[in-house]
Design a protein around this ligand. Structure first.
Ligand SMILES: CC(C)(COP(=O)(O)OP(=O)(O)OC[C@H]1O[C@@H](n2cnc3c(N)ncnc32)[C@H](O)[C@@H]1OP(=O)(O)O)[C@@H](O)C(=O)NCCC(=O)NCCS
Length: 181
């Protein structure tokens, strides 16, 4: 999988970004760092509805599937991958092709510093540049950090799907948010 790297650097403290954070498109070498950040949430929280941690092979395939029209952006601080954001297809049926779904994950040690806002802002710019029309976010009910993050970048709540998920023996709502590009 050939991927451009280092093509997007936001280190100037412009609106919505953080000084010292380098943003770039992910490459296969980011599989281990991104899966580590992700798997902590798979096993320890309800923010993702995945139940089984991803293997390195799974993560390489996941990155590869997003190397065309979709995208994965990673955030680095001092050369360490501290978070990532991704665009995925929203639905399989072809008429949904202009709508994408985002996800954002930041390492626990680097939260509260604007990394997610920088990642999601960059992802929205990529989505718009690639001609997508609308971005959806599916967020577990009560997840104030993610809801606040999306609100701060112009997403509006669409509605709540009640008890559509079940993890750790609990029913989980999904809050649907949307931003037009
Ligand atoms: C949600 C998450 C990505 C936020 O990352 P972060 O880097 O800490 O967020 P930022 O510092 O960029 O915060 C940006 C905005 O998000 C909102 N926000 C972030 N953390 C928040 C919290 N704990 N409570 C409420 N709002 C919060 C705020 O609006 C914040 O802006 P502000 O600092 O000006 O108030 C991070 O907590 C995370 O990775 N969680 C686990 C994975 C996850 O839940 N991903 C989302 C799945 S839908």
């Amino acid at each position: 999988m050939a991927r451009p790297t280092g093509d997007s650097q936001l280190t100037t403290g412009a609106a919505g970004t953080v000084t010292g954070v380098n943003l770039r498109l992910a490459c296969p070498e980011d599989a281990e760092a991104t899966r580590e950040i992700y798997n902590i949430e798979v096993t320890g929280s309800t923010v993702t509805f995945d139940l089984v941690p991803r293997s390195l092979e799974d993560q390489l395939a996941w990155l590869d599937q997003r190397s065309g029209a979709m995208a994965v952006v990673v955030a680095e601080i001092d050369g360490q991958v501290v978070g990532f954001a991704s665009l995925s297809p929203y639905r399989d049926r072809p008429a949904y092709a202009t709508t994408v779904e985002d996800s954002v994950y930041v390492h626990t040690d680097f939260r509260g510093q604007g990394v997610a806002r920088a990642l999601l802002g960059e992802l929205l710019e990529i989505g718009a540049a690639r001609g997508f029309h609308s971005v959806m976010a599916r967020i577990v009910g009560g997840h104030d950090a993610s809801i606040g993050l999306h609100q701060s970048l112009g997403f509006a709540a669409v509605g709540t799907e009640r008890e559509v998920g079940r993890k750790f023996g609990k029913w989980l709502d999904v809050v649907l948010m949307q931003r037009m590009l």
